[in-house]
Design a binder for this molecule. Structure first.
Ligand code: UGB
Length: 455
């Protein structure tokens, strides 16, 4: 009888193979669970990042965190004391907006970290009004300049909430916390030529944002009186000079101008339906210390100092382009005059109770200066010859000439501009060289010795 085959070796081998298979599958299992864990972690991080960027808590408004910093600061570590407009945040908001003089105003200043907004906020605070700022700190121009203005305001106990005009819950919250008597609405997408590059930003800020603000104002109790920034650009292709509030404004030359004109019509509607008191101020090329780097006088200064060439526009029929350049301190007086003479809104509970005030005023300097002259004043102040590149004005929304008639503003609140361009630019240059740490010779210094509020 044949003996059965010796399988002991085969059995051993099979066992060994099966052991190897188990070992392998465990390794695979371990490796795949590791991979799964990493992928889950990654997805969770991406989700956290997404939600914190898109839905930042109100605590960010309190801490003034810029959108770029949201991801790490607003995931809960920071927000325990003041999330969603917590107690600490409300305290700051109340403190900032409480007036310190009898019958003082409680004013919401939108665009408070902006050029005109920061000047007005300081002036109002200094006379004892309560001022709360709102600003989106967007990067249309160098946000660090806005942060520096914010710091200056904070020193004077003006707190700026960081937020967008289109954030309805935030605006509603602010009006829940504070019974604002006034709004000074200066937040906007500014700049005439940039409208060709980014048209949507004008619609979003100057139209949608304005409507959002008025929607909240109309339901507030009491309804605030609103003074807001329109623009000289609404005169567009009008050729009658000096520009008067009675002249036609239905031919805007840029989308910027069109959105400001739309703002004036929107103001009419909210006044008509809800009894909101509204005053639009048509600013004429406002300049001065802490100004906007996108404006010609500002970047001409920078370019002249850096030895770069500057484009100086002439009209298409080869005439000088001129502007009614208006100094910031004069404009601040105009804004305050408009606030002081603004009547109360008449509505309540979102309903009109009677006719309310609706006004529009020019705030200009009443003396246009050609751009060539602006350049020669800067050359003298900077003691440097500009590399002028004189060209025909490109078709970019610019108008050839502005000149304000300010009779109405004078009659209604004593507006009387008193700073000529040379004096105003001297103050600007003095600020500019100090702010940017530019060394000037003694002789140059003497040319720009004017004092300014920051001193
Ligand atoms: O009153 C307003 O409602 C507007 O005023 C301001 O617009 P503007 O009057 O156009 O000011 P700004 O750009 O400083 O150009 C000044 C001059 O330099 C000329 N200019 C400009 C650029 C250039 O490279 N060369 C040049 O000659 C240019 O042709 C012009 O003649 C605000 O920016 C705007 O937000 C709005 O508030």
């Amino acid at each position: 009888m044949a003996s059965p085959p010796d399988t002991s070796k085969t059995v051993k081998l099979e066992r060994y193979n099966s052991y190897l298979r188990r070992l392998h599958s465990t390794k695979v299992l371990k490796a795949s669970s590791k991979l799964l864990f990493r992928v889950t972690l990654l997805i969770a991080l991406v989700l956290i990042l997404f939600f914190t960027i898109n839905y930042p808590p109100l605590s960010d408004h309190l801490y003034g965190v810029s959108p770029h910093h949201h991801s790490f600061l607003s995931t809960g570590f920071f927000s325990h004391s003041s999330a969603n407009g917590g107690a600490a945040w409300e305290k700051l908001v109340r403190h900032s907006s409480t007036p310190r003089r009898p019958d003082g105003f409680s004013i919401l200043v939108t665009g408070a970290a902006g050029f005109i907004g920061s000047h007005c906020s300081l002036a109002l605070k200094k006379r004892g009004d309560g001022v709360l700022g709102l600003d989106s700190f967007n990067n249309y121009y160098d946000p660090s300049l806005k942060r520096a203005r914010q710091e200056l305001l904070l020193k004077h106990q003006v707190f700026i909430v960081e937020g967008d005009l289109n954030d309805a819950p935030l605006l509603t919250k602010l009006f829940d916390v504070v019974r604002f008597t006034h709004i000074l609405h200066l937040a906007a997408q500014a700049g005439v030529r940039y409208a060709m590059q980014n048209p949507q930003s004008y619609v979003s800020s100057n139209i949608a944002g304005f409507v959002n603000l008025l929607e909240v104002a109309k339901t507030a109790n009491p309804q605030p009186a609103t003074v807001w920034a329109s623009s000289s650009s609404v005169y567009g292709l009008n050729t009658e000079v000096p520009f008067s509030e009675m002249h036609r404004t239905d031919q805007p030359a840029s989308l910027y101008a069109a959105t400001k004109k739309a703002g004036e019509e929107i103001a009419h509607t909210y006044n008509h339906i809800y009894g909101l008191s509204l005053t639009g101020l048509r600013f004429f090329t406002v300049y001065g210390p802490w100004g906007r780097p996108d404006m010609a006088y500002f970047f001409f200064t920078k370019d002249i100092l850096q030895g770069k060439s500057i484009d100086v526009y002439r009209t298409l029929d080869d005439k000088e382009v001129a502007r009614d350049f208006t100094y910031i301190d004069d404009v601040v007086k105009g804004c305050i005059g408009a606030l002081d003479t603004a009547e109360k809104s008449t509505g309540s509970g979102g309903k009109k109770k009677g006719p309310a005030q609706l006004r529009v005023y020019n705030l200009g300097n009443t003396s246009p200066v050609p751009v060539g002259k602006l350049v020669s004043i800067l050359e003298a102040l900077l003691n440097t010859k500009a590399k002028k590149h004189v060209i025909k004005m490109p078709r970019n929304g610019d108008v050839p000439y502005t000149h304000a008639n300010v009779t109405m503003a004078y009659k209604d609140f004593g507006y009387k501009p008193s700073t000529d361009l040379a004096t105003g630019l001297r103050k600007f240059v003095k600020w500019y060289v100090k702010y940017y740490g530019i060394h000037m010779t003694k002789e140059d210094d003497n040319k720009s010795t004017a004092k300014h509020f920051e001193d």
